[in-house]
Ligand binder design. Structure first.
Ligand code: FE2
Ligand code: FE2
Length: 237
């Protein structure tokens, strides 16, 4: 079997080349968005994982993808225009958050009311989620109203001045991604990896499932911005 990936590649670079790698990294607790610059070998050592096993899993999954090439090959966002990438981010990931954040809010309220007395972690889940929700709402507005229009304009009319502005804003944006990532990590921790207890009712289960799904979507979303969109802009001068 062809060995496509090795430990000597940055984790963000691997996911950029092979989006499905995100799932393998997530399963193993490897942070590929905020820790995207890290070499895979370093990331696995920090987590005391078996490097050969992780690399093998990546190569197997990649081989399977190549085999099923005729079906639904993932788009390589490094090759698309800035405008196409931004439109994809907004129509997929921003829309997802706009739809899910209010729903998850209702669920965390509901399960806190019903099970808060017996499950003290639910007050923390409720609070952390709502801090994250507020921060993400402001973050999406900043991207949709300030950063993305600047980038689209720059793509039509490139100038050093607008590029400098863009680079400034992306620094703030990445700091916000890091904050969101920290809250998600905390949520994962206090929910015991989103594992609902044996006595959980359906709403409890749905809440944890939705939180975990939000984590996946957020990782993919931040990955597209931190590892593809922003570096491609940073390269310009
Ligand atoms: Fe975004
Ligand atoms: Fe973002």
């Amino acid at each position: 079997m062809e060995q496509k990936f090795t430990g000597m590649q940055a984790v963000g670079e691997i996911v950029a080349e092979f989006p499905k790698a995100a799932e393998i990294f997530k399963e193993n607790g490897i942070d590929f968005c905020c820790g995207g610059d890290k070499l895979l070998t370093v990331a696995v050592k920090e987590l005391i994982l078996n490097e050969a096993m992780v690399v093998e899993k990546l190569n197997q999954a990649y081989a399977a993808l190549v085999k099923n090439k005729q079906e639904n090959v993932d788009v390589d966002w490094r090759q698309q225009s800035f405008t196409q990438l931004i439109d994809h981010i907004v129509s997929t990931h921003h829309l997802y958050l706009q739809r899910e954040l209010p729903q998850i809010s209702e669920f965390t309220n509901k399960i806190l009311r019903v099970h808060g007395e017996n499950h003290s972690e639910l007050a923390k889940v409720h609070k952390l989620f709502h801090v994250l929700k507020m921060e993400l709402e402001q973050h999406l507005i900043k991207e949709e109203e300030i950063l993305f229009p600047l980038i689209k304009e720059y793509e039509k009319n490139p100038s050093a001045q607008s590029l400098a502005k863009i680079k400034n804003v992306t620094n703030d944006i990445e700091a916000e991604h890091e904050q969101a990532g920290d809250i998600i990590k905390e949520l994962r921790k206090i929910t015991n990896q989103f594992q609902y207890p044996a006595d959980a009712c359906t709403s409890f289960k749905i809440t944890y499932q939705k939180l975990e799904e939000m984590e996946s979507d957020l990782f993919q979303h931040i990955h597209l911005e931190n590892n593809i969109l922003h570096p491609r802009l940073q390269e310009k001068h």
